[in-house]
Design a binder for this molecule. Structure first.
Ligand SMILES: Cc1ncc(COP(=O)(O)O)c(C=O)c1O
Length: 373
């Protein structure tokens, strides 16, 4: 049997009858940049997350970049991010040449999220060195970071919060969606995300009107009125075709997230007797993990991955090289980040998507059981 890591074609089957007429209309009208589909998606997504505004962007990295620039913080600025994240989080900071950013990488807790005790220590030791500070928590793998505590610390130490919610569309803390806690939040809509386009796409959410206006200009050459420029911006607009696709998918997001949770529960139940495998748990500070990724921890990870591959089961490692060990960011290695380094050797992401079938789940877990026999 072959088990794919993700299966986006099954989502297309669900939305295609709704998407096709909207695409037909778009091509007939040929209004390919911006327009009603982008406005409509921005409004629907902001409503879904529980913020006043949504600003569609070209991708998640650009959403992070524009959001950070819109915050307009003074240099020198401390920018604090989790060590255990995708490289785009740190890349976005370094694109802002005029921001003298002192980037701090904070280790993760057992739920793979930024460790708020270490975050507090970092703020205590460094905050008075900086004129401003931005905390970028990442809700990794679909599991919320301890955002309540982060909001408290940001208020105590006068920091802005830019949530990187790229992996957690629909995840909850105390009944509120992630992406609605910080000053501003960036989402990737990369195809494999819980809400994924048919290409690159992203969106920013915020309650702050000034940030909203600034982000809208920044993504459109720095212009709020055609041919008038307030500052230097970018071409980082959300593609209209992608807006139609994610707008239709948004209607199914809660259902698909709940299906992912069911799949994760079944996989965890079927592996509960394998002592060597640590399955993902929900942190006491979180309410709903939407399982963008289902990552297990295991000592002989590479051998298991090879075995699963030989048996037709696709897996991925998120992420094999911690940021501080990558070539462009090796200069950031000023913390031990023990958990992040260990997880890079032990984590293995198993297939997860809403349409993973029971027979596929059984095949994955039986194969893992066989590996240990
Ligand atoms: C945590 C995180 N941040 C940022 C990004 C960047 O998003 P994109 O690939 O859409 O630029 C991604 C995903 O790719 C991500 O997983």
């Amino acid at each position: 049997m072959k088990v794919l890591f993700n299966n986006l074609a099954r989502q297309w089957d669900v939305i295609k009858d709704e998407v096709k007429p909207r695409l037909d209309l778009l091509f007939e009208q040929s209004n390919f940049i911006g327009g009603a589909p982008v406005d409509q998606f921005e409004e629907n997504f902001a409503k879904y997350i529980g913020t006043k505004y949504g600003i569609g962007t070209s991708n998640g990295t650009d959403a992070l970049k524009i959001s950070l620039e819109a915050l307009n913080v003074e240099s020198p600025c401390g920018v604090i991010i989790p060590a255990n994240t995708f490289v785009a989080t740190v890349l976005a900071i370094t694109y802002l040449c005029k921001l003298k950013a002192d980037i701090q990488l904070i280790d993760c807790d057992e739920y793979f999220q930024i460790d708020t005790k270490l975050l507090e220590k970092c703020l205590k030791e460094n905050r008075n060195k900086w004129k401003s500070c931005v905390i970028i928590p990442v809700h990794l793998f679909g599991h919320p970071a301890d955002i309540r505590r982060i909001v408290e610390l940001a208020s105590e130490y006068d920091c802005k919060i830019l949530e990187d919610s790229s992996q957690a569309h629909g995840a909850l803390v105390d009944g509120k969606k992630v992406g609605s806690f910080g000053d501003i939040s960036a989402f990737s809509l990369y195809p494999g995300k819980n809400l994924g386009a048919a290409g690159d796409a992203g969106i920013i959410t915020t309650d702050n009107e000034e940030l909203y206006q600034k982000c809208k200009s920044l993504r459109n050459y720095g212009s709020s009125k055609k041919y008038f420029y307030d500052f230097k911006g970018y071409n980082h607009r959300l593609d209209t075709i992608q807006a139609i696709i994610v707008d239709e998918k948004l209607k199914h997001l809660d259902k698909w997230n709940n299906m992912r949770i069911e799949v994760a529960k079944k996989i965890s139940d079927l592996m509960k007797d394998i002592d060597q495998v640590i399955t993902p748990k929900l942190a006491p500070y979180a309410e709903k993990n939407v399982f963008h990724i289902y990552a297990i921890c295991i000592k002989n990870r590479d051998e298991l991955q090879k075995y699963l591959n030989e048996n037709g089961i696709q897996t991925v490692i998120h992420y094999p090289i911690p940021i501080q060990k990558t070539k462009p960011f090796s200069y950031l290695d000023h913390f031990n980040n023990e958990n992040t380094i260990r997880f890079a050797d032990e984590m293995l992401s198993l297939p997860i998507h809403p349409y993973l079938e029971d027979k596929e789940i059984e095949y994955i877990t039986t194969t893992i059981n066989n590996f240990f026999k």
